[in-house]
Design a protein around this ligand. Structure first.
Ligand code: NAI
Ligand code: OAA
Length: 332
C-alpha cells in the first residue's frame, strides 16, 4: 500500500504524514512538497513502523512529482495556502486552483487509478478542478476523486457531545453539502436524534452555526498563523484509514465525502433527481469498496427535518456557483 502526501511539509502535511507512518497497513509513505520534504522525510523515517518513507521536491534528479506519485494507491492533497483572518475559503481560489491543477496533471500521468483525497481549499471548487483535469486527460474515475469534508463531521461530533455531556465516541453526525460556511449542513436530526431533541431552538441554531463556521474559530485564534492543521490532519487521516479498510476488504465503510454524482454509481441518479438536477458535486454519505465509491446514500435527503431542508436549499445556491467556478477554471 503506497500513500502519497502532496504538501507534506506543511501545517497539515506533517502531522498527517506522522499519522500515516503509524498505520501498519501502509508499506510505502511518499512525501512531496515544493520545499522541505526531504527533512520531514528523514525525520519520519526514523520511526520504527513498517512504512518505508521517501521524500521528493520538484526538480529532483528523479523528477520529484513523478517518483512520489508512481505506484500510489492513495494520494492525499493538503498543498496550498491557508486562510488568514478576514478571508473566505474562496479567497484562496486564485493561488490554490493552479496548485491543484498541476497536481491533478501529475496524478493523471503517474497514478490515474489512485484514490485522491483533496484537502486544499476551497474544496467546493478544487475537487471540480481536479475532476475536470482528469476528465480532459481521459482518466477521470468518479469513484475515486474525493473532497475531504471529514473535519466538519469531527466538529459536529465534538460540539454536540460537549453541549450534551455525551460520550463523543458513540456519535457520528452526517454532514452534507459542501465545505465552506453555509454550504456545510450538519444533519443532527439523523446523526444524534435523541441528543439533538434535548436542545432548544436557540441552542440548535448556535450549534449548527458553530459547525458551519468552526474553521473561522481556528483562523481567528491562530491570528494570522494559518488555519486548522492538527484537527485537519486527524480528520484527513480518519478518512484515509477508512478507505484503506475498504481497499483491504471491509464491507461496512460508509463516510461522508464530496463527490461527483456520476450516474454509473448506484444511488447517484436518485441523488441528482432529489437535488433537482442542480448539482454535479455534493457531499453525501457514500459506501466505499475496494474500487472506490460503490453507492451514494441519497436516502438521507429524505430524512432532513424542516430546518435542515431550508439550510440545504441555501447551501445548494452557493455550492453550485463554487463548482461552476472550478470547472470553468479548467475549461479556460
Ligand atoms: N478540507 C478541509 O477541511 C481543510 C482544508 N484546509 C486547507 O488545506 C490547505 C493546506 O493548509 P496548511 O497545511 O495549513 O498550509 P501550509 O501553508 O502550512 O502548508 C501547505 C504546504 O503546501 C505546499 N505546497 C505549495 N504549493 C505546492 C505544490 N504545487 N505542490 C506541493 N506542495 C505545495 C507548501 O510548500 C506547504 O508546505 C489550505 O488550502 C487550507 O485552506 C485546511 C484545513 C481544513
Ligand atoms: O477554515 C479554513 O480555512 C480551513 C478549513 O477548511 C477548516 O478549518 O474547516
Amino acid at each position: 500500500m503506497k500513500v502519497t502526501v502532496c504538501g507534506a511539509a506543511g501545517g497539515i502535511g506533517q502531522p498527517l504524514s506522522l499519522l500515516l507512518k503509524l498505520n501498519p497497513k501502509i508499506t510505502q509513505l511518499s512525501l512531496y512538497d515544493v520545499v522541505n520534504a526531504p527533512g520531514v522525510g528523514a525525520d519520519l523515517s526514523h520511526i520504527s513502523t513498517p512504512a518505508e518513507t521517501s521524500a521528493f521536491v520538484p526538480g529532483d534528479k528523479n523528477d520529484g512529482l513523478a517518483f512520489s506519485l508512481k505506484g500510489s494507491q492513495i494520494v492525499i492533497i493538503p498543498a496550498g495556502v491557508p486562510r488568514k483572518p478576514g478571508m473566505t475559503r474562496d479567497d484562496l481560489f486564485n493561488i490554490n486552483a493552479g496548485i491543484v491543477k498541476t497536481l491533478a496533471e501529475g496524478v493523471a500521468e503517474y497514478c490515474p487509478d489512485a484514490f485522491v483525497l483533496v484537502i486544499s481549499n476551497p474544496v467546493n471548487s478544487t475537487v471540480p478542478i481536479f475532476a475536470s483535469v482528469l476528465k480532459a486527460k481521459g482518466v477521470f474515475n468518479p469513484r475515486k476523486v474525493l473532497g475531504v469534508t471529514t473535519l466538519d463531521i469531527v466538529r459536529a461530533n465534538t460540539f454536540i457531545s460537549t453541549l450534551t455531556d455525551a460520550n463523543v465516541s458513540n456519535i457520528n453526525v452526517p454532514v452534507i453539502g459542501g465545505h465552506s460556511g453555509e454550504t456545510i449542513v450538519p444533519v443532527f436530526s439523523v446523526g444524534t436524534p435523541s441528543l439533538y431533541a434535548k436542545l432548544d431552538a436557540d441552542a440548535k441554531a448556535k450549534l449548527v452555526h458553530r459547525v458551519q463556521f468552526g474553521g473561522d474559530e481556528v483562523v481567528q485564534a491562530k491570528n494570522g498563523a494559518g488555519s486548522a492543521t492538527l484537527s485537519m490532519a486527524y480528520a484527513g487521516y480518519k478518512l484515509a484509514e477508512r478507505i484503506i479498510e475498504a481497499i483491504t476488504g471491509a464491507s461496512d465503510v460508509v463516510e461522508c465525502t464530496f463527490v461527483y454524482l456520476d450516474e454509473s454509481i448506484a444511488g447517484a441518479k436518485e441523488a441528482r433527481a432529489k437535488l433537482g438536477g442542480e448539482l454535479d458535486f455534493v457531499s453525501l454519505p457514500v459506501k466505499f469498496g475496494a474500487k472506490g465509491v460503490e453507492e451514494i446514500k441519497y436516502q438521507i435527503l429524505d430524512q432532513l427535518n424542516d430546518e435542515e431542508k431550508a439550510l440545504f436549499e441555501i447551501a445548494k445556491v452557493t455550492l453550485k456557483g463554487n463548482v461552476a467556478k472550478g470547472v470553468s477554471f479548467v475549461e479556460k
